[in-house]
Ligand binder design. Sequence first.
Ligand SMILES: Nc1ncnc2c1ncn2[C@@H]1O[C@H](COP(=O)(O)OP(=O)(O)OP(=O)(O)O)[C@@H](O)[C@H]1O
Length: 252
Amino acid sequence: MRTLLRVEHLTKDFSTHGGETYRAVDDVSFSLGFHEKMAVIGESGSGKTTLARMITRLTEATSGQIFLEEENITRAKGHNLRNIYQKMQMVFQMPVDSFDSRRRLGDGIAESLINRGMKKAEAWEEAERLLGECGLGKEFLTRYPHEVSGGQCQRAAIARALAIQPKLLILDEATSALDMTVQKEILGLLDSLQEDRDMSYLFICHDLALVQAFCDRMIVMQKGKIVEEGTTDQVIRHPKHAYTKMLMDSVL
Ligand SMILES: Nc1ncnc2c1ncn2[C@@H]1O[C@H](COP(=O)(O)OP(=O)(O)OP(=O)(O)O)[C@@H](O)[C@H]1O
């Protein structure tokens, strides 16, 4: 399988107020193929979000390397970073917080298209098409984030991420704030988008049942380290590490 994202020995140290260092991510290496859905699972505080934030360059890595389509993006800045965001986008847990509350959803979605040189009218047309692709009618273009449900807002956030046609979507607990029926709808949407658009997903989650239903492969993190890795079925059927077994037991 062709590699889209490769992470090598990625480490993040945070300075604590006491002047000490806390290692949130510790020597993490993995790769993600084109058209692959990989889960990152682990208990709260195991370093999942920090890992995602380093990959998306929202947090500076202390050491290690990140390659996107074999380009080293570990220290990418400015113009390079803008190019990287054309290939990878992140969807967060609380979609309502990821939109500006004073602007309509259509403004949020059209913005990145306008920034890339599209005329306003054309960008709004494209925003309407993207919302449609994500199951929302054109009336959502003019709604404000607080005027839609959590599930609808997450669909709009996915539409916004799709606007620039990324190859990789990093979904950080993107369905965790939604009820189970809406979670399933969003995963169904992501599945069909993957077929249509040939994307890869890095799916950060702490719900094993969702991971099993949605992902091809998974890595399990504990205290900043990868403790287990494999296909989702392999890991779930035959967990090797004590921590993974405990994780399985806790959801059974
Ligand atoms: N900016 C920061 N400064 C200091 N410590 C931090 C910072 N960000 C995260 N941490 C610490 O790093 C560890 C990993 O946090 P992280 O948010 O990556 O975990 P997580 O696995 O995503 O947890 P959750 O599932 O609760 O979101 C935690 O102990 C956290 O307190």
